[in-house]
Design a binder for this molecule. Structure first.
Ligand SMILES: Cc1ncc(COP(=O)(O)O)c(C=O)c1O
Length: 370
């Protein structure tokens, strides 16, 4: 196994320093919450012992209810990132192929590569509004394809797939005996009705989710994987035990308390996110520098500097960062041209989202005006 560091992590705001960023439009989560914000109380006499290797049973029950699954099919992990690592490690052998979207949350491409697999990329293009054509995707499944990987709502484009396409894809995966890894880390930030969970559709359906993005508690590192294939689950448990035996008792207790009031917390968070999405869409409709696809869910979208605008992208980012204190996720984070960038509108306050967005246009104006 050989690992390469992902640019998105090396250049992440937490590595760069939050205190050096005035308008942080790089994040793909909602505003970070404190223990108080999410109503978590910890007892001083709480035992700090090893826990159940699959995760605290009460927490797994709550997750299982959300998925209409058995708690035996739920494994709690340190964030969705670890859930992805465990699932890919259990599903893949060197030389296997994975079919994944590009652009993507880079771990969905890099983890299989680190495991010695070939990744076939399905390109989501601006010209087709980053839409996934399910028939084209299915036509790319090969006999060696062991995993098809989908992110919902999609990071970095903010687009979503529909139920009919999802069911068709699940059927094709079953027919080819390959797994559909459904990374629904942003699932709770769906606008309208959320798609059904693939873990309930087929033994080839594997779901990954976390509390990081929608609830906004990435610091407690809680995610999970849900799958109902017994063999796969056994492999995942072995992988998990070799990595860290079990999860953090503290994190899991916080997560249990959060999951108990999950719907209540989410309805408030979703109202705030809807307002911020409204602010962003209004501003985007009234500018002439960027082409964009309206976000359909999540808290990010992926505009592109108009192709007829001559611009030095490096100078644009320098002006944006140094003069205006605004940070976004440049295209290179997603192995794309830097004329594309990801805007995250869920994390900053409404005022900062609005001002940060205005400054993006100011910076483009400054650099193109020369
Ligand atoms: C699609 C997707 N999956 C998984 C993750 C990992 O998140 P975490 O490990 O904090 O749950 C991210 C983080 O950006 C993501 O965008």
């Amino acid at each position: 196994m050989r690992f390469s560091r992902m640019i998105i992590e090396a250049e992440s705001p937490e590595q760069y320093g939050y205190d050096r960023i005035r308008y942080n439009l790089t994040e793909s989560s909602t505003t970070d919450k404190s223990l108080k914000d999410v109503g978590v109380r910890l007892r001083e006499d709480m035992a700090l012992s090893y826990g159940d290797h699959l995760g605290q049973p009460a927490l797994r029950n709550l997750i299982a209810q959300k998925y209409d699954a058995s708690p035996d099919n739920v494994m709690v992990t340190a964030g969705a990132c670890m859930a992805l690592f465990i699932a890919y490690s259990a599903l893949l052998c060197p030389g296997d192929r994975v079919l994944a979207m590009h652009p993507n949350y880079p771990a969905n491409i890099e983890i299989p590569r680190s495991l010695g697999c070939e990744v076939d990329l399905y390109g989501l293009t601006f010209e087709t509004e980053y839409r996934m054509d399910v028939d084209r995707l299915i036509s790319m499944i090969k006999p060696e394809t062991k995993v098809v990987s989908i992110t919902y709502p999609h990071n970095p484009t903010g687009t979503v797939t529909d139920e009919e396409s999802l069911r068709k894809l699940m059927g094709a995966c079953e027919a080819n005996e390959c797994y559909l890894l459904f990374d629904e880390t942003y699932g709770d930030l769906t606008v309208g009705t959320r798609l059904p969970h693939v873990s309930g559709m087929s033994k080839y359906g594997v779901c990954v989710e976390s509390l990081s993005k929608a609830i906004g508690v990435p610091g407690i590192r809680i995610g999970w994987v849900v799958a109902n294939d017994e063999n796969l689950f056994g492999q995942m448990l072995a992988a998990r035990e070799q990595m860290c035996i079990c999860g953090s008792a503290l994190d899991e207790e916080c997560a249990r308390q959060i999951m108990e009031k999950h719907s209540e917390l989410m309805s408030q968070i979703k109202c705030e996110v809807d307002e911020k999405r409204g602010i962003v869409c209004d501003l985007m409709e009234n500018q002439s520098f960027l082409d964009w696809v309206k976000p359909q869910g999540g808290v990010v979208f992926f505009p592109r500097i108009k192709s007829d605008i001559e611009i030095d992208a490096a100078e644009f980012y320098k002006t944006l960062n140094d003069k205006y204190g605004v940070f976004v996720g440049p295209g290179r984070w997603f192995d794309m041209d830097d004329r594309y960038f990801r805007i995250g509108y869920g994390w900053p306050s409404k005022e900062d989202v609005s001002q940060g967005m205005r400054h993006i246009i100011d910076a483009l104006q400054d650099v193109c005006g020369k």
